[in-house]
Design a protein. Sequence first.
Length: 234
Amino acid sequence: MVASEGTICPISWVKETLFPYALKALPKVLATKWDDEGFKGYRDKFPETARSSRALFEAHVKDLTARDVKVAYLKDLQGYLWEEGYRSRAYSTPVYADVLAWMDGLASSPATAIAIYSSGSIFAQKLLFQHIKDPARPEDLEAVVDRRDMVTAWFDTTNAGPKHESSSYAKIASELQREPEEILFLSDNVKEVRAARDANFHAVVVDRPGNAPLSNADREELQVVESFGQLELR
């Protein structure tokens, strides 16, 4: 099981491409779809004070995004806003080559399954995997590959719980019908890795360029890899 940003793709891409795209797209959506049934489902999940006007709604989204607050209603909205960017090929997901090679390797092991657990909504996770930049043609924005079929289960904070709580990982193990010790969890976030380890997962930190720096104490306490190529298939 893996987390997404900072683990399978650069965290800088999320912060420098996806977040700005959502903020840029938001004003037009608010002006044209505020009362549309398709948008109201996202709007009405926000606190009442934030949805009392379009201006307050936009200001609230900007504030949460600037502080990278991982609340479900923001993540749901971001997925909604990102969909058009993927569809129009404004961007595609720059998944690390070692991740794709690792996933291909797992394809030959039917007893092994891949699950995703992210603070991003399940809808956003599926968009990310549906629009992966084709490594064979990295300069061609139209060239994407869909790898959703490689993922057997999707988890976010809505259906699993907060990522820093061990109970969330126990719930995931139950949903996957696996013993916790059988599950390999990969993340760039040491708090998530510790929470997974407390639930008896085999938890590993993935240290990618641009991720939060690891302390010496973190490196002594936790297993750390810099590439999925350093992992043994379980």
